[in-house]
Design a protein around this ligand. Structure first.
Ligand SMILES: *Cc1c(COP(=O)(O)O)cnc(C)c1O
Length: 504
């Protein structure tokens, strides 16, 4: 039942440094030291992992607990519910019937999920040759792929060209010259800058043509006889104002008008990503969808836009809620605080740790220890705890650094010998317990002090061997995780809560 993809990671060929290795010309293959791997083969030798059917409404924590109780090695693991992904698709189709979702592969390239989405009929947003190759090998037609990277590598453009992936974005003049040279038949989509200020992840810092540049850029495309077919944007991820999505549609409409003045007939509108995948956010998907429906009907009424293809590039929307991660407590430190007369009764006092941590220029540890000290003092002598678990920011929790994620630990199993602490699955129950717990911080397994999952929080006292779990861990987690310091990636177990449907 457990599939470990961690062992199947390919070895990067970049390990050979061609600047120091000087082969004689007779040993050179086409393209230098390396064989030409630009073209793809059409085979897909990916085999689906076992997927356990479960009744809809089955509690994922209960499944996690059962597996944790069986676990001898106490390694971290995910339960991935493919049924959850299918329900997201249904919700999308119901809420945004005019918009075709093109899943952003970078968010989570899990092949089982890609296969499922392909089968459900989504398109795909790919940003590299490898992402395109993966999706093409699953049999997805090239016209259901958008190469949505405004600043592309030449070899990746060649790959797109060889495989007829024609739709691709650009946002600057240099890229237009590149496309003219490498792929003059591409169907180009102009990525414009929209207001990203209402999002936690501001993608406008890196990409997007300012509206003022658009006339010049489109004129250049016209002079180069390139085929610009539409407009895309990304409002940023972690958006906290649904209105930002509507405002962006208005910007796109302005660009459509500029294009029309120059003689372009745009027929593609790409709404980008940033749609939340969980309801534990400020602005819910349904709020965004209703604002968007109104904006689309206002600026691009269906009756007058029969040839318009509207797509979006949701990433987190589809996968966030599908993954639940279980980790175990591998080590623990108790911090006993200074007594009221100022004496420290423990060499590891929080205040001491705070001082040491700031001396070692580690802000995360300093903040954590200082906070623990402050909280502990408030609790009048109650101890605080540091827990060390077996996945961290070099692994799944890279989302904390790269995606500004804030994660919520929940107790899965407590009581050292696998005794279940929480019989009820209700959140209020676990929140009550958290209220009555102790101040604590949670740390990843590596030797780096940056490797901190939560700096502050309250949990019942945990023992070594206890388990925690984290919900909504599907987006920007597994995708960029590493095995730094030799800590393996969590194992993956698949379940299907929509088992009455033939999903895969
Ligand atoms: C990352 C990205 C997405 C997906 O963003 P989410 O916030 O996961 O929806 C979509 N489009 C582009 C161009 C991206 O870079």
């Amino acid at each position: 039942m457990v599939v470990d993809f961690a062992t199947s990671t390919p070895t990067p060929s970049a390990a050979i440094d061609s600047s120091t290795t000087k082969p004689t010309t007779t040993t050179l293959m086409k393209g230098g030291l390396f064989a030409d791997t630009t073209t793809t083969t059409a085979t897909d030798n990916f085999e689906l992992p076992p997927i356990t059917p479960i009744a809809s409404g089955t509690s994922i924590p209960k499944l996690l607990r059962a597996h944790a109780a069986d676990s001898e090695d106490h390694e971290p693991f995910y339960i991935i519910d493919v049924g959850q992904v299918a329900r997201k698709y249904d919700q999308w189709v119901a809420a945004l019937p005019r918009v075709d979702p093109f899943y952003a592969v970078k968010c989570n390239g899990d092949k089982t999920i890609l296969k499922l989405l392909a089968k459900l009929g989504t398109g795909f947003d790919c940003a590299s040759k490898a992402e395109m190759d993966t999706v093409l090998k699953m049999g997805v037609p090239a016209d259901r792929i958008i190469y949505a990277h405004p600043c592309k590598m030449a070899s990746h453009v060649k790959f797109a060209s060889q495989n007829n992936v024609r739709m691709m974005t650009f946002d600057n003049e240099h890229e237009l010259h590149k496309m003219k040279e490498l792929y003059p038949n591409a169907r180009l989509v102009l990525r414009v800058l929209t207001d990203n200020s209402r999002s936690i992840c501001n993608l406008g810092l890196k990409f997007g043509a300012a509206l003022a540049r658009v006339p010049h850029m489109l004129q250049l495309a016209k002079d180069l006889e390139l085929d610009v077919v539409g407009v895309s944007y990304h409002v940023g991820s972690g958006c906290f104002d649904a209105q930002a999505f509507a405002d962006a549609v208005a910007v796109a409409k302005t660009v459509f008008n500029i294009g029309a003045e120059l003689g372009f007939k745009f027929n593609l509108l790409d709404l980008g990503g940033g749609f939340p995948g969980s309801d534990n956010v400020n602005v819910k998907f349904d709020d965004i969808a209703s604002v968007l429906r109104v904006a689309l009907d206002k600026h691009f009424p269906a009756a007058e836009n029969k040839d318009l293809h509207i797509i979006a590039e949701p990433g987190r929307y589809f996968v966030s809620a599908s993954h639940t991660l279980a980790v175990s407590v591998v080590a623990k430190r108790t911090i006993v605080l200074p007594t009221t007369n100022g004496e420290t009764n423990d060499a590891n006092s929080a205040a001491n740790q705070a001082a040491m941590a700031s001396a070692s220029a580690c802000p995360a540890a300093a903040a954590a220890a200082a906070m623990a000290a402050a909280q502990g003092r408030a609790a009048d002598g109650a101890p605080t705890f540091m827990y060390y678990v077996n996945d961290g920011v070099y692994g799944s929790f890279n989302c904390i650094l790269f995606d500004h994620a804030v994660v919520a630990p929940r107790v899965l199993v407590s009581g050292n010998l696998g005794v279940v602490a929480m019989d009820s699955d209700s959140e209020s129950d676990s929140e009550e317990r958290a209220e009555s717990g102790f101040a604590c911080s949670i740390w990843g397994p590596t030797c780096d002090s940056m490797d901190c999952i939560t700096k502050t929080g309250r949990l019942p006292e945990l023992a070594i061997g206890d388990w925690l779990y984290f919900e909504d861990m599907g987006a920007y987690t597994v995708a960029a995780s590493s095995t730094f310091n030799g800590f393996p990636k969590p194992k993956l177990m698949y379940v299907n809560s929509e088992s009455h449907r033939n999903l895969l």
